[in-house]
Ligand binder design. Structure first.
Ligand SMILES: Nc1ncnc2c1ncn2[C@@H]1O[C@H](COP(=O)(O)OP(=O)(O)OP(=O)(O)O)[C@@H](O)[C@H]1O
Length: 292
């Protein structure tokens, strides 16, 4: 439900809700003899939170890396659909991009933003500076010129600053906006990372285990912020997580991987009740108990 009014759309895609934004078609990825992904297909629809879950080593990060162009599957295709916003506010012509043939920087320019499992922020810079860096893809003047407050860069910086302020508000980062990221608690740093990805105005936001390493309270907070991003900013989210319980409350759709294969795909309730999923997770628990 909308509780706050924002001037800027943080959503980079203007496809109608429910339309496919990302199509993964029969991709397979091997590293030597290791089959990291085996014939995976899934569809992410506009306006949804789509979780990809699975035990350790199931292939979740490999799949995310294929989507963002860091890994190249030997077989299959990944397509992104996007539509510009026409001047009259309607959706422009839908374009399809073959992500599997593009390098990571071009995929990022198409609006595919991601956060990483390990925090990748500039620890010596403030929250505000890190978020402004998240805008660089949209900046015509250099980030350095903006930071030095030079000439025409000043006008541009003010425009970008407005959008960044809205992200700060959405993620409740006001109290730490001028603090160096390195001085902040882990959970807050993860929130800044989410903010930086959001500043790109993503068509698709890929989150790689945003709750990893958090205590129960921090996980709950983070889940709340992901929901806000979804409900207030209408951004389509693909979320990777290995703790099944964390994603069940916030996802519209869940794809389950195990040993590189897709074993289930459906609503959280369908997936929770699927015997193959129960077995994969119980098996993983047994292995952990045997090791521990
Ligand atoms: N760059 C790589 N080189 C070789 N093998 C890799 C590489 N990346 C992933 N793998 C292998 O692919 C398989 C799937 O790994 P991946 O990291 O995608 O799983 P995951 O589900 O993300 O696991 P986790 O929850 O532990 O992060 C594993 O066997 C892993 O060792």
């Amino acid at each position: 439900m909308l509780t706050r009014a924002y001037q800027h759309s943080l959503r980079g895609s203007h496809l109608p809700a429910g339309q496919p934004v990302l199509e993964v078609d029969n991709i397979s990825l091997r590293f030597g003899g290791v089959k990291a992904l085996r014939d995976i297909s899934l569809t992410v629809t506009e306006g949804s939170v789509h979780a990809i879950i699975g035990p350790n080593g199931a292939g979740k990060s490999s799949l995310l890396n294929c989507i963002s162009g860091l890994y190249h599957p030997q077989e299959g295709q990944i397509r992104l659909h996007s539509a510009p916003l026409a001047a009259d506010g309607t959706t422009g012509e839908v374009r399809t991009h073959l992500l599997t043939s593009l390098p990571p920087y071009k995929i990022a320019r198409l609006g595919v933003a991601r956060s990483f499992q390990n925090i990748e922020l500039f620890h010596g810079l403030t929250v505000l500076e890190n978020l402004m860096l998240g805008r660089h893809i949209h900046m015509k003047k250099s980030v350095l010129a903006s930071m030095l407050w030079l000439g025409p860069a000043r006008k541009q910086e003010i425009e970008h600053r407005h959008l960044v302020e809205e992200v700060i508000d959405l993620l409740q980062l006001q109290a730490v906006r001028n603090k160096p990221v390195g001085s902040l608690a882990y959970g807050v740093q993860k929130r800044v990372e989410l903010g930086r990805a959001l500043c790109l105005q993503p068509a698709l936001l890929l989150l790689d285990e945003p709750m990893a390493g958090m205590n129960a309270e921090e996980k709950e907070d983070m889940a709340r912020y992901v929901l806000d991003v979804h409900e207030l900013a209408n951004v389509t989210v693909v979320l990777i997580e290995h703790d099944m319980n964390v994603v069940m409350d916030i996802s519209d759709r869940v794809t389950v991987l195990d040993f590189g294969a897709k074993i289930a795909d459906g609503t959280p309730d369908e997936v929770k009740a699927d015997p193959a999923v129960v077995e994969a997770y119980l098996g993983a628990e047994d292995e952990e108990e045997d090791r521990g």
